[in-house]
Design a protein around this ligand. Structure first.
Ligand code: SF4
Length: 392
């Protein structure tokens, strides 16, 4: 039977670098147009892989800043995807964007060529913090982009926010929440600021040029945001994601459900079943990160895979456990986790709960039929909770 899969296309270019960013992206240069040609060629290379029998039901342009692509460039890549893979009628086609690269005409053209979901990098609606983060847009521009997207016909609009930013206060969060309540946003992603040591913001912190809010106030701000989003009708469906009814990101659900997806472009990762279908072994590959190596491979007619690993056995079970627990309302079967002592401890301390269970205090008796999931307390320490449930 055919299964559904996603296609991820990486656009590793930005207009400038944000001060906290450690993603694979570089300043846009004269390789940009050539890269788009290479993407088309890479996609075409999949055409000969007839053994991969899937229907593509999500396509995601991520970055970097994919909204640097003109509608014509985007259409070229999309057309190549459509000619190469079997695409479902209701395919979700998403693009990540930054407000300074959007305008109403471009958004209307994106809509015309088939993009039906837009993700806008808002991060915060405080102009001084945006400046500190070296973001290229203002709060007003971010709000304008959401309205432009809506007026261009987008009904599936995500906004990304970061929590724990320098100088963030309760007023910053209240302002963000107020804007979300007033705008036609159907999906919200919130991430805690995490900094690798080599980004400019880390250096400024080390020099005491800026201060981060305390962990305690960030947690309170997060709890406020979670509760307010719920009041507005968003479901907290994944550790960092909230959606109005039926507006979950179907592409990201492929990742969390450990489904199959193709990774296209520099540094992209793909996840595909091997021939060994009975054992359901997945092959996870990562493309070359250097432009020159990526280009050479594609030009030679070879998929630009730099490394790969096989995901099966205990490794796969642990991944299913980790990813399943990220999905707040789905969780994982209780029987999936072997160390009952650890589960009991986490249940008793309120880090996990039985999902849809009215008999939480009687879990041992009903253990076999039950699923467990993170509580809100558990979400805050999800890495520790999830890793403690791994099978050794
Ligand atoms: S726009 Fe996104 S990918 Fe580009 S530098 Fe900023 S945070 Fe990084």
């Amino acid at each position: 039977m055919k299964s559904n899969a996603g296609v991820y296309v990486h656009i590793p270019y930005c207009l400038s670098k944000c001060s906290y960013c450690d993603f694979v992206s570089s300043r846009i240069d004269n390789t940009f147009e050539e890269y788009i040609n290479l993407l088309e060629q890479e996609i075409y290379l999949w055409k000969s892989k007839s053994s991969i029998n899937v229907d593509v039901d999500t396509i995601f342009f991520g970055g970097g800043t994919p909204s640097l692509l003109s509608p014509v460039q985007l259409d070229r890549i999309l057309s190549r995807i459509v000619k190469t893979f079997a695409i479902t009628n209701n395919c979700e086609i998403s693009i990540e964007s930054n407000p300074d690269t959007l305008n109403i005409e471009k958004l209307k053209d994106y809509k015309k060529i088939g993009i039906n979901r837009i993700s806008i990098g808002v991060q915060t609606l405080d102009d001084s913090i945006l400046k500190e983060m070296n973001r290229r847009h203002s709060a007003t521009q971010a709000i304008r982009s959401v309205l432009d997207a809506y007026n261009a016909g987008f009904t599936n609009i995500n906004c990304d926010f970061i929590l724990g930013l320098p100088s963030e206060t309760r007023a910053t969060i209240d302002n963000n929440i107020k804007a979300i309540s007033e705008l036609p946003i159907t999906h919200v992603s919130t991430y805690f600021l995490t900094l690798s040591p080599n980004v400019p913001l880390s250096k400024r912190l080390q020099n005491n040029d800026i201060m981060l809010p305390t962990e305690n106030s960030t947690i309170i701000n997060w709890e406020t945001m979670v509760n307010k989003l719920k009041d507005m009708g968003f479901t907290h469906y994944e550790i960092s994601n909230y959606a109005k009814k039926n507006m979950e990101c179907r592409h990201n659900l492929h990742y969390w459900n450990l489904d199959q997806w193709f990774g296209i472009g520099i540094a992209s990762t793909g996840n595909l079943l091997t021939e060994d279908k009975n054992l359901k072994t997945l092959k996870r590959y990562t493309n070359f990160k250097k432009f020159s190596e990526y280009k050479e491979s594609v030009k030679n007619g070879l998929l630009p895979e730099e490394t790969f690993e096989l995901v099966n056995g205990v490794k796969k079970v642990n991944e299913e456990c980790m990813l399943g627990l990220r999905l707040i309302n789905e969780g994982i079967p209780y029987s999936f986790v072997k160390n009952e002592y650890k589960v009991e401890h986490l249940l008793e301390n309120g880090y996990i709960k039985f999902i849809n269970d009215s008999i939480e205090n009687n879990y041992e008796k009903h253990a076999q039929e039950k699923r467990i999931g993170l509580t809100e307390k558990g979400v805050l320490v999800s890495n520790q909770v999830i890793s403690s449930l791994f099978i050794d």
